[in-house]
Design a protein around this ligand. Structure first.
Ligand code: UDP
Length: 357
């Protein structure tokens, strides 16, 4: 159930092991939120920018079997009060903020601004303990509130620990050894993953549950786990994204992603998709620009992010206990495991799961 990364990879692997698989998806396309469309000769990620990155060669080799990836090295800029900064926090950011030029100066400066918190308990405390108040206010506070709709004090620190803090001029968004963007867009990878496998689109599993449950001995379910159990312990919270798009002439912002960290700016980031493929971007006279807004996810919205705070995690654990008893259902992926997975982690989790079957 679901043709996103977890669903498509497990269907591929199980088919190759000799199982007969059927993939159903309630949307009118495959690929879940990775889905891309070609517009104005640009591979547009219709649900916001996706950049594949991993440190594991085996995972990199695996996805490259299904589509060629370019060597795109992701970088991001932050706009705050009309100034553009290098991000994630690195020596250039500190230079722009404070004039700090060397790793040693950066170390000393950060030591002097760091807030002494012995065991940080939440996102706010953790970032304050690393880089102090000014960086927190400039880059993190507003963005995080907009992105999660919660006070950073009420969010777990792992959310921000994804981002590196560097005392060098290296400004790549990820530190991973392998990273890139699919040359033919993500949908091509899903087309290839699902080659030879029956896929039914526009099918709502819950409206046909009996039928599909009877059809197969085992089900891999990649939707929301709370929905699967009819919200019996209450709803888990998710964030959804809204994208406002436009096609413009020329180059809109000069890079793929600019984050807007001020709380007063309603969107979190602007994504200009052609820059995910720099080798093609310079020759393209058009550009596809996407303004990204985050909001609470209603029952009929598309969920993007689980909100892994204490209350939601507790609720999820109740669902997980139910899931453990349902031996013929495998729950996998961001929504079914209620986990803020990156793509490479989903690939790893799906491959591990099917290996055990
Ligand atoms: N974050 C931030 N400022 C930024 C970018 C990220 O404070 O300019 C924080 C924010 O809390 C965000 C988290 O770091 O939710 C993880 O960001 P990432 O870009 O990895 O999120 P994703 O791309 O998955 O939305």
């Amino acid at each position: 159930v679901g043709s996103g990364l977890f669903g498509a990879i497990s269907a591929r692997e199980l088919t190759d092991k000799g199982y007969k698989c059927l993939v159903i998806d309630k949307r009118n396309h495959i690929g879940g939120n990775c889905y891309s469309e070609e517009i104005e000769n640009i591979h547009v990620c219709k649900y916001g920018g996706h950049i594949f990155h991993t440190n594991k060669k085996s995972i990199w080799d695996y996805v490259n079997k299904f589509t060629p990836f370019t060597q795109y090295h992701h970088f991001v800029r932050v706009s705050y009060k009309n100034k553009i900064y290098s991000f994630p926090i690195n020596l250039m950011t500190l230079q722009q903020l404070w004039g700090t030029k060397t790793p040693e100066e950066a170390f000393n400066k950060l030591e002097s601004v760091r807030v002494q918190i012995d065991s940080p308990q939440n996102l706010e405390e953790w970032i304050l303990s690393q880089v102090g108040q000014e960086i927190y206010e400039t880059f993190v506070k507003g963005y995080t509130k907009k992105q999660w709709g919660k006070d950073p004090k009420d969010l777990p620190k792992f959310i921000i620990k994804r981002l590196p803090i560097r005392s060098t001029y290296e400004n790549g968004y990820f530190s991973d050894r392998y990273q890139g963007f699919p040359e033919n867009g993500y949908t091509d990878m899903f087309d290839n993953l699902l080659k030879g496998i029956e896929v039914q689109l526009n099918v709502d599993y819950f409206k046909n549950k009996e039928k599909y449950n009877k059809l197969s001995k085992n089900i891999i379910y990649t939707g929301k786990i709370d929905e699967y159990y009819d919200y019996q312990y209450g709803e888990l919270e998710y964030r959804t994204l809204i994208h406002k798009n436009k096609i413009v002439d020329g180059d809109y912002q000069g890079c793929a992603t600019i984050n807007y960290s001020e709380e007063d700016v309603p969107y979190t980031r602007i994504i200009e998709h052609k820059h995910f493929q720099p080798h093609k971007a310079k020759n393209n006279k058009k550009s596809y620009v996407m303004y990204e807004y985050s909001k609470p996810c209603g029952k009929n919205d598309i969920p993007f992010y689980p909100i892994n705070d204490k209350n939601n995690n507790k609720r999820y654990n109740s669902y997980k206990k139910l899931a453990a008893k349902d031996k013929h259902i495998i729950f996998g992926g961001r929504l079914a495991e209620y986990k803020y997975y990156d793509m490479h982690q989903v690939v790893g989790a799906a491959l591990k799961k099917v290996k055990s079957l």
